[in-house]
Design a protein around this ligand. Structure first.
Ligand code: GDP
Ligand code: MG
Length: 165
């Protein structure tokens, strides 16, 4: 029987959450699409091994959907915070993490410092200093980063299982 573990993606609108889900779950070669804001939630599945799959659940970033977050977070074993890497957006992400710290308490968090290809992007190490969680750089529109992104999520989940057992 296949067991599913739930991983939630959280971050401001336009950070790249839907693109990251596509990068990790689709077979398409091109990822640079027009921006379609996610209404409510988006999701995708990645396979870890023959018995375990990961459900990636995106929490829509527009502030009028934020009221859904506490419910969508329920049952998540990890939260992937996706942020645009400009200083302004990283600070905005810090405010979001502060605002939701009670709901996020006790959940493993990693940060994806996305849009590393754009001018003015902060380095992942600097983003990590500001946000305080393990941070990985990413260009979610680049299909070549698929394996990298997959590894980041899988390794983090494996580490958690090791710590738990
Ligand atoms: N330059 C660049 N654009 C990106 C990257 N990731 C996503 N985008 C673009 O940013 C926009 C918002 O992405 P989307 O995944 O819809 O953001 P979401 O609101 O967080 O789900 C889209 O036009 C994407 O093509 C990236 O790494 N680099
Ligand atoms: Mg989206």
């Amino acid at each position: 029987m296949t067991q599913y573990v739930k991983v939630a993606l959280l971050g401001s609108g336009y950070a790249g959450k839907s693109t990251l889900i596509k990068l990790l779950t689709d077979r398409t070669a091109t990822l640079d699409s027009n921006y379609v804001p996610t209404a409510g939630m988006d999701c995708g599945t990645i396979t870890i091994d023959s018995t375990t799959k990961v459900s990636l659940v995106e929490m829509a970033g527009q502030s009028h959907f934020e009221f859904l977050w506490p419910d969508l977070l329920k049952g998540s074993i990890m939260v992937v915070v996706v942020t645009d890497s400009t200083p302004r957006e990283v600070l905005r992400t810090r405010q979001l993490l502060e605002k939701y710290k009670d709901v996020l308490a006790g959940i493993q968090i990693i940060v994806i410092a996305n849009k590393q290809d754009l001018p003015g992007a902060m380095k992942p190490e600097s983003v990590q200093d500001l946000l305080g969680w393990p941070t990985y750089g990413m260009v979610a529109i680049d299909p070549k980063q698929r394996v990298n992104g997959y590894r980041v999520i899988i390794n983090e989940l494996r580490n958690m299982c090791r710590v738990a057992s």
